[in-house]
Design a protein around this ligand. Structure first.
Ligand code: ASP
Ligand code: MG
Length: 420
């Protein structure tokens, strides 16, 4: 059996749903589990709705109305018969949010998951009905009956023992009968409360199902031709990487290549399940295959992160940075859940580059300033080059001033800004 994952961009409108149905129809392997994200930018909109509800803004009903209208419009375009059960299904799903919105808000993270998860419930219901309508008999299942997590809302940690037991014992038989449609991104606690796995977590869901089912392969259908050696947003000349090993894929995802969610690779690698990244706009093309190939990346790859803050931390009395300081600094970073994108240690200072999340960074700098002298520069860019050489370094640093550079054997990272 195989797992297909369709992201938000692939089902952003009625044509997207029709295209998905064509791709599924052309698949030879009929034992298929299809994991789907929320349509288009629905998750962002539901996030906005949750915030507005918490802040007691009067935009709540407007945001809610527009999310509802966009889903109804897609269904309208897909189903000629206005008595089709899909319309009832959509209405009932929205009722779940309405109930929450009528109450007083409490516990942001918990409420967030109960509201935001509805995006995936809606998209899968619409797609499942549409596939049936188009003659592709399928079964809609609720991912929350399978993916079991702890109660870390917005970042549920998967209970692998329970999850794999449920998936193996209940989904295997179903998949032999017909394709199964389910949601990415969502799971459930042991008390049956909905959790989410973290933004962009649908790839991870696909990997969880695949590893528990010992799938033959996972295909992530995207709006790019596969894994490229750089993001076309920053580079005009990019190249497709046809074959990639798990190790390089993890490194690229870790440094911020957004093509695959970083948590996705491990469950697949542990079970030697190949991961295909292919374009839903050009389904005939091969795309990229990530597998156990021994070969390293054939070409240097670039990952850009903008809006970085470069923070230098120095003991106030010019003493050396020692292990004790580092341990203290990391405790503070951990406390504010700050991910360090790169770091460098010298005798008198410790420097890090982090994403500019205003709220977190302000708290971090305040906390560090109690013990250390803290200097920082905003609006920095971080470039990571995997399999670098001097030529690639020269290329990205043209007209830039490099403030920090860290090199290992295969990876070079530079924090820089425009040279003016
Ligand atoms: N819909 C969720 C998000 O936008 C999960 C996903 O797309 O992977 O973050
Ligand atoms: Mg998405």
């Amino acid at each position: 059996m195989e797992v297909y994952k369709f992201g938000g961009a692939s089902v952003k409108d009625a044509n997207g749903v029709k295209n998905l149905s064509t791709i599924v129809n052309q698949t030879k392997n009929k034992q298929l589990l299809i994991v789907i994200s929320a349509m288009g930018r629905t998750t962002d909109a539901l996030e906005k709705l949750t915030k507005a509800y918490f802040e007691g803004l009067d935009t709540v009903s407007e945001i809610f109305g527009s999310i509802r209208a966009s889903h109804e419009a897609i269904a309208d375009e897909l189903f000629q018969d206005k008595d089709h059960p899909v319309f009832n299904d959509i209405a009932n799903t929205f009722v779940e949010i309405e109930w929450i919105l009528e109450d007083e808000p409490f516990d942001f993270d918990y409420i967030y998951d109960q509201i935001v998860s509805v995006g995936e419930l809606l998209s899968t219901k619409i797609v499942s009905h549409y596939l049936n309508y188009a003659g592709i008999d399928n079964q809609w299942v609720d991912a929350r009956n399978y993916i079991q997590t702890d109660n870390t809302y917005r970042e549920g940690k998967v209970d692998w023992t329970k999850t794999s037991h449920l998936i193996e014992s209940q989904l295997t038989a179903l998949l032999q009968k017909k394709p199964v449609i389910t949601q990415g991104f969502i799971g459930s606690t042991s008390e049956n409360f909905t959790t989410t796995l973290g933004r962009e977590g649908s790839d991870y869901s696909a990997a969880i199902f695949a590893s528990c089912l010992k799938a033959g392969a996972v295909t992530i259908w995207k709006d790019v031709p596969g894994v490229l050696n750089a993001d076309p947003k920053w580079f005009d000349q990019t190249e497709l990487i046809p074959q990639l090993n798990y190790h390089d894929a993890i490194e690229l995802a870790y440094y911020g290549a957004t093509v695959i969610h970083p948590k996705t690779i491990k469950p697949l690698q542990n079970n030697s399940i190949p991961l295909h990244v292919r374009s839903f706009l050009n389904p005939q093309a091969e795309g990229t295959t990530i597998s156990n190939t021994g070969k390293p990346l054939p070409i240097p790859s670039f990952i850009f992160k903008v809006d970085q803050v470069l923070i230098s931390i120095l003991p106030k009395d010019f003493s050396f940075i020692i292990e004790e300081n580092l341990s203290h600094i990391f405790d503070i970073l951990h406390k504010y859940k700050i991910k360090v994108n790169t770091m460098l240690n010298s005798a008198l200072s410790f420097s890090i580059s982090v994403d500019n999340d205003e709220e977190k960074i302000t708290k971090l700098i305040t906390a560090l300033s109690v013990t250390y002298k803290v200097k920082y520069n905003k609006d920095m860019e971080l470039v990571t080059i995997r399999y670098y050489n001097q030529q690639t370094i020269d290329r990205v640093t043209e007209n830039k001033k490099v403030l920090l550079e860290v090199k290992s054997r295969h990876t070079c990272q530079m924090v820089m800004k425009d040279n003016n």
